[in-house]
Write a protein that binds this ligand. Sequence first.
Ligand code: FES
Length: 192
Amino acid sequence: MPQDRRVSQDTLDEILSRHPREKGSLIAILQETQEEFGFLGKDKLKRIAGALKVSEAMVFGVATFYAQFHLTPRGRHIVRVCLGTACHVRGGEKILEALSEKLGIEAGATTEDMMFTLERVACLGACGLSPTMMVDGKTYGRLNRKKVSDILDGVGSAEPEAAAGALAAEPPVDAGTVTATGQPPDGAARIV
Ligand code: FES
């Protein structure tokens, strides 16, 4: 078995060892696994299902239901553009357009070099500064095209290497295997 795969398996075993092997541990295990690996790959979801003795369909269902979980690799930098009411009124769509042009991707996608993932959000809680966006947890306001471009250039130039290739070491989940029904698993409320 390749070394990096061994390490990855050991790390997951360590996460599993911290929790009781029962269904109630699933969300916490998924959260810790994602925190560790950046996304929830198919192999890991299968392994978690086996460890908790629950069906793979149930684990896939939970992982695909909650917006906090990501089943495909994400970029090193997460760019969230706000399209809530205040930002929309003040040109949020133009900001999204500027970001899409600059990064060469649509909202919801990740750049080929795995540096940036672009997402839309409903409100960043800084409506007074609209239009806004957030990059890696930092909020930027009163944006215009030039400012957006400068911010992304700043983020990109702070990178020593395009090191995110490591995140793609595991195949992403094949959407065809996902069994989400649109209903909350076990009756849980949807978090968005
Ligand atoms: S609507 Fe954009 S920050 Fe609130």
